[in-house]
Design a protein around this ligand. Structure first.
Ligand code: NAD
Ligand code: UD1
Length: 332
C-alpha cells in the first residue's frame, strides 16, 4: 500500500511518516518546506532505516500532483499541508483561505481523476469554537470557529462531506486533533518554530533552554482548579499512530466520519509547567499575565468514538510528553 502524505516534513506529518514506514506502508511525501526543513527527510530515514520518495513542491500545484499520481500507484492520502498560526490567520485571512482550501481542492480533484478516494484530513478541535459541553464529543454542531484558521478547517470538512455525498466511494476520516506536544523519543524530529512561539509547549521549551526569559501565563482567574487554562495535551507519536488507524479505517469503506484525537485528560498551564520542571529538572520562570484574547477556560476531548471505531487510544502520559519535548530541544 502506498500513501501520499502532504506536509510530511512538518511536525505531525514527519512523525506520521515514521509510523507509516514502521507499519510497512510505502510513502510518498510532498512538502514545499514553507514551515519545515529538508533535513527532516534524512532524519526520518535514520529513525526508520527505510526509504521513501520526497517531492519539494506545492500541493496547490496540480501539474505536480498529476506527475506524482502518474508515477506512483497511490492508495490513499493523508493531508497535513496547510498554514496553522491562528494570530497570523487573523492578519492574513486571504493567504490562509487560499493555501488551506486550494490545496485540498487540488488534491481531491487529482485524487478523483486517478480514482483514489481514501483520505485522512488534519482537522482540529478549533472547529468546535467555544465548546458547549465538556468533554467535547463529535456530535456537537459545528457552527463557527473563532478565527480564519479555524474557519478553513470547517470549510475543508464541509468540502469533504459534500464530496462524499456526491460520490459515496469516498472514504474520509476527519481527525480533530487536540493539543499535540512532545517529540519522537529519538530526539531527531520534533517541533521547532522559527519565530517566538505562540503555543504553550514550544514557549516553555525556549524558556527552559534560556532562549526566552520567562513564560507569560495568560490568566489565572479562569473557572478551573488553579485558575489557569486547561487543555488536552496529546503526545505527537500517539497522534501519528491515530493516522495509521484512520488509514486502515478508510480501507473498510465506512464513508465519512469525524474523530476527536485527544487523551481525555485536561491539564492546566501551571500543571504543565510543574511537570516540565519536575521531569526535566530545570526551572521555568513564569509570570501571571492578562488573559489572551479568544482563549477558553477549558477544552478537552471525549475520545471514546476513536477508540470504538478506529481501535485507537492514547498511551503516553504527560511526563513522557514534557520529557520528549525537552529532549528534542537540547539535542537540536
Ligand atoms: P507544520 O507547519 O509543522 O506542518 C505543515 C507542513 O505543510 C509544513 O512542513 C509546511 O511546509 C507544509 N505546507 C504548508 N502549505 C503547503 C503547501 N501548499 N504545499 C506543500 N506543503 C505545504 O504543522 P503541523 O503542526 O504538523 O500541522 C499539520 C496539520 O495539522 C495542519 O493542517 C494543521 O493545521 C493541523 N493541526 C495542527 C495542530 C497543532 O497544534 N500542531 C492542531 C490541530 C490541527
Ligand atoms: C491553540 C490554537 C488552536 C489549535 C490548538 C492546538 C490559538 C489561539 N489557538 O490552542 O487553534 O487548535 O492550539 O494546536 O493559538 N498559554 C500561556 N502562555 C503562553 C502560551 C499559551 O499561558 O505563552 C496558555 C493558553 O492561554 C492556553 C494554554 O496555554 O490556556 C494552551 O495554549 P496553546 O498552546 O496556544 O493552545 P490552545 O490555546 O489550546
Amino acid at each position: 500500500m502506498k500513501i501520499l502524505v502532504t506536509g510530511g516534513t512538518g511536525y505531525i506529518g514527519s512523525h506520521t511518516v515514521v509510523e507509516l514506514l514502521n507499519s510497512g506502508y510505502e510513502v510518498v511525501v510532498i512538502d514545499n518546506l514553507y514551515n519545515s526543513k529538508i533535513e527532516v527527510v534524512d532524519k526520518i530515514k535514520k529513525i526508520t532505516k527505510k526509504d521513501f520518495t520526497f517531492y519539494k513542491g506545492d500541493v496547490c500545484d496540480k501539474e505536480l500532483l498529476e506527475e506524482i499520481f502518474n508515477k506512483h500507484k497511490i492508495d490513499a492520502t493523508i493531508h497535513f499541508a496547510g498554514y496553522k498560526a491562528v494570530g497570523e490567520s487573523v492578519e492574513k485571512p486571504l493567504m490562509y483561505y487560499r493555501n488551506n482550501i486550494v490545496s485540498t481542492l487540488s488534491l481531491c480533484e487529482t485524487m478523483s481523476k486517478h480514482n483514489v478516494k481514501n483520505i485522512v484530513f488534519s482537522s482540529s478541535a478549533t472547529v468546535y469554537g467555544i465548546p458547549e459541553i465538556l468533554p467535547i464529543i463529535e456530535k456537537l454542531e459545528i457552527k463557527h470557529a473563532t478565527n480564519p484558521y479555524g474557519e478553513t478547517k470547517i470549510v475543508n470538512e464541509k468540502i469533504l462531506k459534500d464530496l462524499h455525498i456526491s460520490d459515496n466511494k469516498w472514504n474520509v476520516a476527519l481527525l480533530r486533533y487536540f493539543n499535540p506536544i512532545g517529540a519522537h523519543p529519538s530526539g531527531l524530529i520534533g517541533e521547532n518554530p522559527n519565530d517566538i512561539p505562540n503555543n504553550l509547549m514550544p514557549y516553555i521549551v525556549k524558556v527552559a533552554t534560556g532562549e526566552l526569559k520567562e513564560l507569560s501565563v495568560y490568566g489565572n482567574d479562569y473557572d478551573t482548579p488553579d485558575g489557569t487554562g486547561v487543555r488536552d495535551y496529546i503526545h505527537v507519536v500517539d497522534l501519528a499512530k491515530a493516522h495509521i488507524k484512520a488509514i486502515e479505517w478508510t480501507f473498510k469503506n465506512e464513508g465519512i466520519d469525524a474523530f476527536n484525537i485527544g487523551t481525555g485528560h485536561g491539564y492546566s498551564v501551571l500543571e504543565i509547567v510543574k511537570a516540565f520542571e519536575k521531569v526535566n529538572k530545570v526551572k521555568v520562570p513564569y509570570k501571571i499575565a492578562p488573559r489572551r484574547k479568544g482563549d477558553v477556560a477549558s477544552c478537552y476531548a471525549n475520545s471514546n468514538y476513536a477508540k470504538e471505531k478506529l481501535d485507537w487510544t492514547s498511551t503516553y502520559e504527560i511526563d513522557d510528553m514534557v520529557k520528549d519535548a525537552y529532549n528534542f530541544a537540547i539535542k537540536n
